[in-house]
Design a protein around this ligand. Structure first.
Ligand code: C2G
Length: 129
């Protein structure tokens, strides 16, 4: 069984998030997702709209996702990979190269992002109303 692992904030869940999760699920048999906690988003410098509990519930409801767990810091990936027995770490290509240091324990894949949609852009459009 091939396990794929990924991480993200998934704020204001949109088609770009969905397409990425779909592409990641196609890489294996099981997809586990680390959803960034509200506290970790402060460290990432992201102002999130939707609280962690709701973001986690939305992502865990996606048919491509098998399990969700909290992402609390940058350094937990290596232990998560061991805990889940992950074979593949997949991220959108805006992270290209950033996780290559984990390639000794997992196959690292950077997948195309979905252009034209982002949480930042959604916030900008919504703020105009
Ligand atoms: N994404 C995408 N297309 C978009 C927007 C996002 O493919 N139009 C992807 C990103 O590349 C990322 C995932 O969706 O792989 C989640 O994006 P974010 O919620 O913005 O997550 P991010 O802040 O990049 O957090 O430790 C890693 C971080 O937690 C990643």
């Amino acid at each position: 069984m091939t396990t794929v692992i990924t991480y993200g904030t998934f704020d204001l869940f949109h088609i770009g998030h969905l397409k990425l999760l779909q592409r990641l699920a196609d890489l294996g048999d099981r997809l586990v997702v680390g959803v960034s906690s509200d506290e970790f988003n402060k460290i990432k410098g992201k102002n999130v709209i939707v609280p962690y509990a709701q973001r986690a519930e939305i992502v865990s409801s996606i048919r491509y996702v098998d399990e969700v767990f909290p992402e609390d810091d940058w350094a937990q990936k290596r232990s998560d990979i061991a805990r889940f027995g992950a074979d593949v770490l997949g991220m959108g290509h805006d992270w290209e190269g950033k996780f290559d240091d984990l390639s000794d324990v997992v196959r690292v894949e950077y997948l195309p992002r979905t252009d034209g949609v982002s949480t930042t852009e959604m916030k900008r459009v919504l703020s105009a109303f």
